[in-house]
Design a protein around this ligand. Structure first.
Ligand SMILES: NC(=O)c1ccc[n+]([C@@H]2O[C@H](COP(=O)([O-])OP(=O)(O)OC[C@H]3O[C@@H](n4cnc5c(N)ncnc54)[C@H](O)[C@@H]3O)[C@@H](O)[C@H]2O)c1
Length: 254
């Protein structure tokens, strides 16, 4: 089960955290992995790890918020079977203290970046007879999280785009779902704790761990396992759905 032999997979942001865990697992399952990354060194490191283990992977330097770069990069990749829109950035703030610059930066990467990849990938998937799209949303798409105004906006958009794409390409044999992790321990989390809570790192790490009723943060490998299932042929009956992976965050926080 869950074999991806001969499948060509694009993973945006595959150089770090959740995207990296997906890249490693998908390659282990036989996929040819294409990592699209702003940080080309991170992409190269992941590619080296995969090829050293006998897998197939290539890295591409690309900013997903720039449509022409996405068009050029997808042209280099060629045939694709699976697109994972995973690249994303964090932001802390409320509606009345989020600057226009920050709002637009989060929008450009998290929303427009996903749109740019959908815009280019869908015609290629249709030509190919179908495929799978998996978008990375967040629990912030469906729960009010303190101080996450712009970020929540961007993840709500990811959820809505997922429903729209799933509906529009039902008859093109394209399945589209999204996943909504709660806190997962990645450089993304360490980075925003360091940036926003300097000197209180341990206290905030503990607080963020406890905000999942299960008592800890998720692991990137756990999210990658869900992604593998949703992108595999075994999940052929699943489209237009959001999958929380959240240690009980949405349903048990009472
Ligand atoms: N870690 C969490 O707690 C958590 C929870 C819910 C959702 N998510 C989402 O999961 C996804 C991955 O998060 P992560 O924690 O692995 O983050 P991460 O920061 O560890 O990795 C994200 C990667 O995306 C790349 N990236 C950023 N902007 C890019 C751009 N414009 N073009 C191409 N690549 C770009 C970065 O270089 C980085 O390697 C994000 O969409 C994030 O919003 C994370």
């Amino acid at each position: 089960m869950f074999k991806l032999t001969n499948k060509s997979v694009i993973i945006t942001g595959g150089g770090s955290g959740i995207g990296k865990a997906m890249a490693v697992l998908f390659a282990q399952q036989g996929a040819e992995v294409h990592i699209i990354e702003l940080n080309d060194q991170a992409a190269a490191d992941t590619v080296s790890e995969i090829t050293a283990a006998g897998g197939k992977a290539t890295g591409y330097a690309c900013d997903v918020s720039k449509q022409q770069q996405v068009i050029d990069t997808f042209a280099k990749v060629g045939k694709i079977d699976i697109l994972i829109n995973n690249a994303g950035i964090a932001h802390i703030g409320r509606a009345d203290n989020t600057s226009t610059e920050d709002f637009e930066r989060v929008f450009n990467v998290n929303v427009k970046g996903a749109y740019n990849c959908l815009y280019v990938a869908i015609p290629a998937l249709k030509t190919n007879g179908g495929g799978v799209i998996l978008n990375t949303a967040s629990i912030a798409a469906s729960v009010g999280i303190t101080d996450r105004f712009a970020y929540s906006m961007s993840k709500g958009a990811i959820h809505a785009m997922t429903l729209s794409v799933a509906r529009d390409y039902l008859h093109d044999n394209i399945r589209c779902n999204c996943i909504s992790p709660a806190r997962v321990h990645t450089p993304f989390v360490d980075g925003f704790i360091a940036k926003n809570y300097a000197g209180r790192e341990d206290e905030i790490f503990e607080k963020l761990s406890k905000s999942q009723p299960i008592g800890r943060m998720g692991k990137p490998e756990e999210v990658a396992a869900l992604a593998l299932y949703l992108c595999s042929d075994e999940a052929g009956f699943i489209t237009g759905t959001d999958y929380p992976i959240d240690g009980g965050f949405i349903t048990l926080n009472n």
